[in-house]
Design a protein around this ligand. Sequence first.
Ligand code: ADP
Ligand code: MG
Length: 307
Amino acid sequence: MREKSLQKIFPAFGTVNSITLYGGAGPGIAEHIKKRSLELHRRFSFFEPGSDIFRINEQAGGRPVPVHPDTLFVLSHALNYGRETKGAFDITAGAAGRLWQNALRSAKIPSEADITTCSSLNGLNDLILDEADQTAFLRRTGQQIDLGGIAKGYAADEAVRILKKYKVHNALINFGGTVIAIGREQKIGIQNPYQKNGESMGDITVKNKAVVTSGTYERGFFLDGRRYHHIIDPHTGWPTDSGLLSVTLTGGCAMELDALATALCVMGEERGLPVLDRHGIEAVFIRDSGEIRLTRGLQEKFFLKSK
Ligand code: ADP
Ligand code: MG
């Protein structure tokens, strides 16, 4: 007999999100997770007027803005990941991020002057969080926060918290490639960077773990043999060129993996591995050459798809 399962799919965080519940869990639980995710989307959105992030950006150089505890929580963790990765993960690089997002859309490289101006606005030390007053403040006019590299991870962790509350034992959360396998062992596909979306190049088997992929093959274009994409090296203001096509991380906290997967795309394997070690995170790297490298804990858990 086929097992009973229920799936809910909804758009948020600029991507497609799915919740799959096994073993007869009711639709009310999936609806609860969706509602919570949309609430987080509205708090963290870069574009939606009235979101916490929108208001912080609007008041940059002006005054502190009252924000929800969810927002303060993610901002303060994001700053920590930023410091730990020596600025490779930088949520204050929003101006440079936006410049490139527009550039990618029109497949045109921005001017050097614009790149320099935007990246001069990066500054982890310019984001001031006040836990007592529950406010956030960007010191300089024009500075912009972008939680695109971490928001889905936090939302996925929140989904797990809700599932635990309802005692759902087997489920799969997939928020735009930020995946959490709950309960039984599950096979998670790793996107083949050379194929269209949804085609995996191999699987890893995980149990009660999150799996997050950041890829420099996404949302980009090629010009004169170079790839331009959506992960920006905050130190140069240009899309990263660290030798990695994609980074897949697995561990216990999706928010942490989300931030660090983005950071690793910037830092590259060599500089990034000590950070992963400190957090007990395992990784699959796909290099620009197509070569795959696994950390020790995944040697027995990765299966290359046969062609
Ligand atoms: P995806 O959103 O494609 O799953 P990521 O988690 O790597 O992938 O997030 C990429 C997003 O993070 C970008 O679209 C941008 O909003 C933001 N971003 C880009 N570069 C950085 C960076 N160096 N640090 C923090 N956020 C970044
Ligand atoms: Mg990320």
